[in-house]
Ligand binder design. Structure first.
Ligand code: G3P
Length: 218
């Protein structure tokens, strides 16, 4: 499973990229706004930090506007994936850009039917938002299972399921058990994946016992 990080905070991305665990980055207009920076600057910096796909979202909602903005975004670097909303014009733009060899991440997916459309439109990634579904009492992980079942029925569909709106490590583990291709994690959730109290306790015990031996490894 590939790990993307869902942030536009370049300091966070730099530190997580050093772990060797990052396969890509996703941003959205809210994350760009939170960064307080210009989208073209921040996406260019992220593309330098991470060689994998970096999603940058259009703000236009009409076909011509999306294509115009997509051309600007994809010119930033070869690893930009243009993020388009799952609306009719978004899928039309997805088909055009996919035919031109541009990576597209179709975002704001909340149903299996929408995910099927994104795949038929040639998306490289579809982003179902599991946390936002859970927030309204619907089954986010059930949606991931349904999309994967459908895609596996049609091997010609090459779209990868990018699990988005992840809230906690259990979402990541469940996504991996289902075989989702990618999870995009908020930095805090990625750090949570390392944590287990028995790891900390065990390490403290080993270090205390080691100190008693008076040895060094050299
Ligand atoms: O970037 C898309 C998605 O991951 C947003 O998550 O936490 O705003 O629901 P969230």
């Amino acid at each position: 499973m590939k790990f993307f990080v869902d942030t536009a905070d370049t300091a966070e991305i730099k530190s997580l990229a050093a772990s060797g665990l990052l396969d890509g980055v996703t941003t959205n207009p809210s994350l760009i706004a939170k960064s307080g920076r210009k989208i073209l600057d921040v996406v260019a910096e992220i593309c330098d930090l991470v060689p994998g796909p970096v999603s940058a979202e259009v703000a236009a909602t009409d076909y011509d506007g999306m294509i115009r903005e997509a051309k600007v975004l994809r010119a930033i670097a070869s690893n930009v994936a243009v993020k388009l909303p799952l609306i009719p014009d978004g899928l039309r733009a997805c088909r055009t850009l996919a035919d031109q060899g541009t990576m597209v991440n179709v975002t704001l997916c909340f149903s299996a039917a929408q995910a099927l459309l994104a795949a038929k439109a040639g998306a490289s990634f579809v982003s179902p938002f599991v946390g936002r579904l859970d927030d309204i009492g619907q089954d986010g992980m059930g949606l991931i299972a349904d999309i994967l079942t459908i895609y596996r029925n049609y091997p010609a569909l090459k779209t990868e399921v990018l699990v988005a709106s992840i809230r906690h490590p259990i979402h990541v583990v469940q996504s991996a058990k289902l075989g989702a291709h990618v999870a995009t994690l908020p930095p805090a959730v990625l750090r949570q994946l390392f944590a287990h109290p028995l790891t900390d306790k065990g390490l403290a015990g080993f270090l205390a016992d080691w100190a008693k031996t008076g040895q060094t490894i050299a």
